[in-house]
Write a protein that binds this ligand. Structure first.
Ligand code: ADP
Ligand code: MG
Length: 255
């Protein structure tokens, strides 16, 4: 029962994300077939699974880039699937980092970080730049603020994208295969930034094929296949000692 719909009301359960009975179809194609998932505040949850299993769709339903067909998604106490909810306000609280960095090519790194702060959060130029510089420092790119995306490596561009998301003061971060488009030698720097974010207590839901990252950083690993969560648990359990054949087959291919 929804007693309080105030967007900033604390979660009664204290969870950062609660997904209940989530289903999503595209036409006749059922992509999510009843997902239940809880992410606690400050937790890092890694989602693994084969291509086409619905991982991106799950993330996109959490920040309403996709409209769920049925079920509920609650983010920090706000049921975002409630039709009365202000979607823009919800999205503002969630940072999202994609496989493709999605930076504005005609803007410098600094400008990529300030534009949404100014337009969406109405921060002054000075304040937005101060916050942008602090976040560029956080991802190890203080000296790149005047660079355009084309002048940066893929790994640097992805770190700018992370810094951009952080500049909006998100309550949680969604990562959708953030290192999949990178040359192998650039993956480490991006994972290092994500690791330090996790250490700082950021709530993170991360779709990744980086099993060493999942093992080292995740509080929980969720294995998805064909629109369902097949199993979830600690990395030691799911990656180290999978209970299901489908999980074993998948891990045999990626490990
Ligand atoms: P994953 O991220 O695990 O690879 P996705 O969530 O991207 O999987 O996709 C799951 C399935 O949903 C795939 O079969 C994909 O083709 C389909 N799908 C995803 N988005 C759309 C869309 N906008 N329209 C139609 N089908 C889609
Ligand atoms: Mg995907």
């Amino acid at each position: 029962m929804k007693l309080d719909k105030a967007p900033d009301a604390p979660a009664p359960s204290g969870q950062a994300i609660e997904v209940r009975e989530l289903r999503k179809s595209f036409g006749d194609l059922q992509v999510l077939k009843g997902i239940d998932l809880t992410v606690g505040r400050g937790d890092v949850v890694c989602v693994i699974g084969p291509s086409g299993s619905g991982k991106s769709t799950l993330l996109r339903c959490v920040n309403l880039l996709e409209e769920p067909t049925s079920g509920t998604v609650t983010v920090a106490g706000t049921e975002v699937t409630d039709p009365d909810v202000d979607i823009d306000r919800v999205r503002r609280r969630i940072g999202m980092v994609f496989q493709s960095f999605n930076l504005f090519p005609h803007l410098t790194a600094l400008e990529n970080l300030t534009i949404a702060q100014r337009r969406v959060l109405r921060r002054s130029k000075g304040e937005a730049e101060r916050i942008a510089r602090a976040n560029l420092a956080r991802v190890g790119l203080v000296d790149k603020e005047q660079s355009y995306p084309a002048q940066l490596s893929g790994g640097q561009q992805q770190r700018v994208a992370i810094a951009r998301a952080l500049s909006m003061d998100p309550e949680l971060m969604l990562f959708d295969e953030p290192t999949s488009a990178l040359d192998p030698e650039l993956v480490g720097d991006v994972l290092a930034v994500m690791r330090s974010l996790a250490r700082e207590g950021m709530t993170m839901l991360v779709v990744t094929h980086e099993m060493s990252f999942a093992r080292e950083v995740a509080d929980r690993v969720v294995f998805m296949d064909d629109g369902v969560i097949v199993e979830e648990g600690t990395p030691e359990r799911v990656v180290g000692d999978p209970q299901h054949e489908r999980t074993r087959l998948f891990l045999a291919r990626v490990l």
